[in-house]
Design a protein around this ligand. Sequence first.
Ligand code: ATP
Ligand code: PRP
Length: 208
Amino acid sequence: MNKQLTIAMPKGRIFTEAVELLRNAGFELPPEFDDSRKLIIDVDEEDFRFILAKPMDVATYVEHGVADLGIAGKDVLLEEERDVYELLDLKISSCYLAVAGLPGTKINDVAPKIATKYPNIAAAYFREQGEQVEIIKLNGSIELAPMIGLADRIVDIVSTGRTLKENGLVEYETIAGVTSRLIVNPVSYRIKDERISELIKRLNEVIY
Ligand SMILES: Nc1ncnc2c1ncn2[C@@H]1O[C@H](COP(=O)(O)OP(=O)(O)OP(=O)(O)O)[C@@H](O)[C@H]1O
Ligand SMILES: O=P(O)(O)OC[C@H]1O[C@H](OP(=O)(O)OP(=O)(O)O)[C@H](O)[C@@H]1O
């Protein structure tokens, strides 16, 4: 039986930290990981195949079983609710989800508008607060929305707080902390359990 492990890696922000973590855990990842446009990288010595995906898509590859494992931000997992198991908090790429807006403004009483890249998280959050809102889905530069009158509030990631500050916005509420997680396809978890347990063990030794 083929016991190669396919791991979906998020391109972008998380990638460098994830590669560093795997190397710290003793996995020999070649220089291609530092500078390449390849989307599939095989590491034969470790019997790993890495696929490089958009962060929002990682859990999709894992749910469909074309990747056994993946590394995904908790924000993506909350938003997408894919049928995958979360195995480990890797404690990398730490940030949080928050509600923000222009300072000193009250949220509109009637169907306030919330701009976000995370429509499901935002809808669930305001539902729990008992507030009826209109969600406006954007794909980036979310902070623009309250500045130009598209929305009353935004739901977005905050890391250093610099983007909010430089655009004159303030944070109103924190929704959830976010770090990257190791996720697994439920079937892979059963049939490749030995290799996956070994990976978890080695990662656990270098997570802090
Ligand atoms: N300051 C931050 N802004 C956004 N995401 C962050 C930040 N810090 C850590 N993260 C984590 O990184 C992930 C996003 O990574 P990245 O910004 O590379 O992708 P993306 O914004 O989804 O991609 P793109 O902008 O190309 O659509 C998030 O899912 C989150 O878990
Ligand atoms: O608190 P900070 O350290 O400033 O980080 C938060 C910002 O970073 C992200 O945007 P990104 O850079 O991914 O650009 P985007 O607007 O295109 O999503 C996020 O959406 C915030 O705008």
